[in-house]
Ligand binder design. Structure first.
Ligand SMILES: Cc1ncc(COP(=O)(O)O)c(C=O)c1O
Length: 390
């Protein structure tokens, strides 16, 4: 019997995972697309939780309302209204466990295995994993510096009837590109004419380092063909597993009446209550303002280092988000990644973001996870690694 065997060591004591990120000591992983640990707002959340518990109202420990707590949605609607510059109706908000969860729910309720969906080429690679879970058929649509190429979409629409188009319209992961306003309008029109849903993943929208105000797809959710998804993962903390969907009430109704919510109630009432406190005192806006200053400065550091070390590289400077998408012409970055191990370096090769095995001479580099000194050191290692590789 195990409990009598004194030589037995539980495997958990050898390695106890505490977060999704496992980076070996001394390694610099410029691929990690997560917030920096030091920027996770421990004190802010502590204060908000204390206020919440001190109220003496246990409602937030009960099963929650299916659409999400009403007071939380009202606070969120006001916050979004200020950020977007137009009124947001709390009845158009549905609380999720984050964008990954929302994508999974959309696939479960709006598609069947074998259905066709459109994605950008390149696209957020982990969304591809969720779509694979639902056995969806992926059709890639070309993108350029102005985001999704509408002519490519039109061409594919003449061939396929997609259930939805998945798009990251602002400061895209991985390319950093933002869809132009003109293209956005054309896309919305096409979704109506061809009866498909636009699932806009707007996770980086509020991390805008420019002075240019960008209209989100959330502005079009009075139509049943547009769904906007967002999350607290990049503006507060991913461990909260809290996000939201903004959509027409007709779309929300399909989710609210699902068996999942019927059994388990609304998603994440506990965390919603704590985050509501934080929003109501203005801490969320303060946190975002602080992140913008820090990330913008890190972006500049990475840009400068890239221009210095890689004069041959091709890239645009992103105006927001987390990533540089760098083309190293003629270099297979999957193979380069093998070499990078010798330099205690990692990054994400372009092929990961392609649904058709392309983008092989691109790398995605994140400027959010490390401080400025580490970013400089990381880019230097990348240059040494490339020199050795070539
Ligand atoms: C484009 C994009 N969508 C979604 C996510 C994951 O969001 P969430 O933590 O809300 O599931 C990420 C995280 O990296 C992302 O880059």
């Amino acid at each position: 019997m195990i409990w009598n065997n004194f030589n037995y060591t539980c495997p958990m004591t050898d390695y106890i995972p505490t977060s999704q990120i496992h980076i070996a000591e001394g390694m610099i992983d410029l691929g990690a697309g997560d917030p920096d640990f030091s920027l996770l707002p421990l004190d802010m959340l502590h204060r908000a939780a204390e206020i919440c518990f001190a109220k003496g109202d246990p409602t937030f420990l009960q099963y929650g309302a299916e659409q999400g707590d009403g007071y939380f949605r009202m606070a969120l609607a006001e916050f979004l209204g200020r950020g977007y510059g137009f009124l947001v109706d709390s009845d158009h908000l549905f609380v999720t466990n984050g964008i990954s969860n929302a994508l999974d729910l959309i696939c479960a309720h709006f598609t069947h295995p074998g259905d066709t969906i459109f994605v950008e080429e390149p696209t957020y690679f982990l969304a591809l994993r969720i779509f694979a879970d639902h056995e969806l058929r992926i059709v890639p649509i070309k993108t350029d510096i102005g985001g999704l190429v509408v002519e490519s979409l039109e061409e594919k629409l003449s061939e396929f009837q997609p259930k939805f188009l998945y798009i990251v319209p602002t400061f895209q992961n991985p390319s950093g590109h933002t869809l132009s306003q003109g293209r956005c309008e054309r896309l919305v029109k096409l979704s109506q004419e061809h009866d498909f849903i636009i699932v806009a993943d707007e996770v980086y929208h509020l991390l805008n380092y420019s002075n240019e105000q960008i209209k989100p797809f959330a502005a079009y959710t009075y139509m049943e063909t547009v769904i906007s998804l967002s999350s607290f993962s990049k503006i507060l903390a991913p461990g909260l597993r809290l996000g939201w969907m903004q959509a027409h009430p007709g779309v929300i109704k399909r989710l609210v009446t699902s068996g999942l919510l019927d059994s388990g109630g609304g998603l994440n009432p506990f965390t919603s209550a704590i985050v509501r406190e934080l929003i109501e005192v203005g801490d969320l806006e303060q946190n975002i303002a602080q992140l913008i200053v820090t990330y913008h400065s890190r972006l500049r550091v990475m840009e400068k280092a890239l221009r210095r070390e890689f004069p041959q590289a091709i890239f645009e400077t992103p105006q927001g988000g987390f990533f540089f998408w760098v083309r190293l012409p003629g270099v297979d970055t999957g193979q380069l990644r093998e070499e990078a191990k010798n330099f205690r370096l990692d990054f994400r090769p372009g092929v990961l973001f392609s649904s058709q095995d392309g983008m092989r001479d691109y790398v995605r580099l994140c400027f959010a996870f490390y401080d400025e000194e580490k970013i400089k050191e990381g880019i230097l290692r990348l240059r040494k690694c490339l020199d050795a590789f070539l």
